[in-house]
Design a protein around this ligand. Structure first.
Ligand SMILES: *Cc1c(COP(=O)(O)O)cnc(C)c1O
Length: 396
């Protein structure tokens, strides 16, 4: 059900990853590492993790053959339905894994940061289930824009702290959460939102999300008698992608693709395409690719998909791009919105704008693939949250 991951501190020839944190945090990150290694080998921990994934979150999620879409594009297309997971997206896999680990470590308080609110909601929801108090740092600007998610977090009993520093958005919220953690390392666990940040988060979150890839692999073999020819996921920080890829990375015949946001085509400077347009740097505790100016200041990003609007990317994906194991391309807001409508009409599924990026890239690549190819797309979440934005975009 899970891929064994080596807790690697560095990835690829350029040595992405690492642990660039203040001394007081290094000690607690090592404590997290030790606890994770112990928990993963502990049947009681793993049984509880599987139980909560099944009975609270609703795993396994199905792989569905998209019949009408396949007919239109002339290739067999399969959808991994993470949109059906409790909470509406794959984030729940990681928050359950991390909060159970916090409990295992004897931590009594959870902190998280959130941009649009999706990771904050997933953490608050899981905290309610496990009886762990959650405090979420969120930029004041984001709080203003995402009132529904703030109300959800509060309903789950979480406390939302507005962050007014800097641009008052996600990266400022991450800095505040880090500051909190340094002061409260004894009692507190920091639940990070993606497969990025300092060691050991990139590999640990990969492990928790590897359930996506492992289920998909078995489901594809059962449905088609073989592994998929090509696998597609969208890239924010990279957790659904690395979780999906984890089950196929050692099968060189399976092509791996990732879609990142090209943003608004009428303004080519507004995007969040970190892998294809970023440069190496150090930020948020890791060496990776970032969108930054020549002085190393992180730039403002844009995507119609709030969950992809992050100026960095997980270090393992940066290394997979260098080695050629995975191929990344950018998808515009316009293509995303078109696919959002197309999947709704043809398959009765409203995908998250994030997931629509992955599907748009799959449809772009379909005709380059062998006519017998099978395509597996990770539908990372459901799109009900994006309805209003969709109609705004259409000008209706
Ligand atoms: C948060 C989110 C993403 C992006 O996060 P990753 O860590 O890159 O997976 C993608 N899809 C949905 C639906 C999300 O909520």
């Amino acid at each position: 059900m899970f891929t064994h991951v080596d807790l690697r501190t560095r990835f690829g020839e350029r040595g992405y990853g690492g642990l660039y944190s203040s001394e007081s945090l290094v000690a607690v990150l090592e404590e997290v590492e030790t606890a994770f290694l112990k928990a993963r080998a502990d049947d009681a921990f793993m049984d509880k993790f599987k139980d909560v994934l099944r009975n609270f979150a609703g795993r396994a999620t199905p792989v569905m053959y998209a019949e009408r879409l396949s007919e239109k594009y002339g290739r067999r297309i399969f959808l991994k339905r993470e949109d059906l997971l409790h909470g509406g997206a794959h984030k729940t896999n990681s928050t359950i894994g991390q909060l159970l680990l916090a409990e295992y470590m004897g931590k009594t308080r959870i902190i998280a940061e959130t941009g649009a609110g999706q990771h904050g909601v997933a953490t608050a929801m899981t905290g309610a289930k496990l009886g762990l108090p959650v405090e979420v740092y969120m930029g004041a600007v984001d709080i203003e824009r995402q009132q529904t998610n703030v109300k959800r977090m509060e309903l789950f009993g979480a406390q939302v702290h507005p962050v007014t520093n800097g641009g008052a958005t996600l990266k400022d919220a991450i800095n505040e959460a880090m500051r909190d953690w340094i002061t409260n390392v004894g009692s507190t666990y920091h639940c990070f939102g993606t497969a990025a940040g300092p060691y050991p988060y990139p590999s640990m979150v990969k492990f928790f999300q590897s359930v996506i890839g492992n289920e998909s692999r078995a489901q594809m073999v059962e449905m088609t008698g073989a592994l998929p020819s090509a696998v597609f996921a969208c890239i924010g920080g990279g957790s659904n992608a690395i979780g999906m890829y984890s089950a196929f990375e050692d099968d060189p015949d399976v092509l791996l693709f990732g879609a990142e946001p090209a943003g608004a085509s009428e303004d080519p400077d507004r995007h969040a395409a970190t892998l294809t347009r970023g440069t190496p740097g150090v930020f948020h505790g890791m060496h990776s690719l970032f969108l930054q100016n020549s002085e190393g200041q992180i730039t403002n990003t844009h995507s119609i998909a709030a969950g992809l609007d992050y100026p960095g990317v997980g270090p393992e994906l940066a290394a997979m791009q260098d080695s050629g194991r995975a191929t990344f391309e950018a998808v515009s807001d316009e293509e995303t919105v078109n696919v959002f409508a197309e999947l709704s009409e043809l398959e009765g599924i409203i995908p998250a704008f994030e997931s629509a990026h992955a599907l748009a890239l799959a449809l772009r690549k379909a005709e380059e693939l062998d006519p017998e190819a099978t395509i597996l797309v990770c539908v990372s979440g459901r799109g009900d949250k994006d309805l209003e934005e969709y109609w705004n975009y259409r000008g209706i």
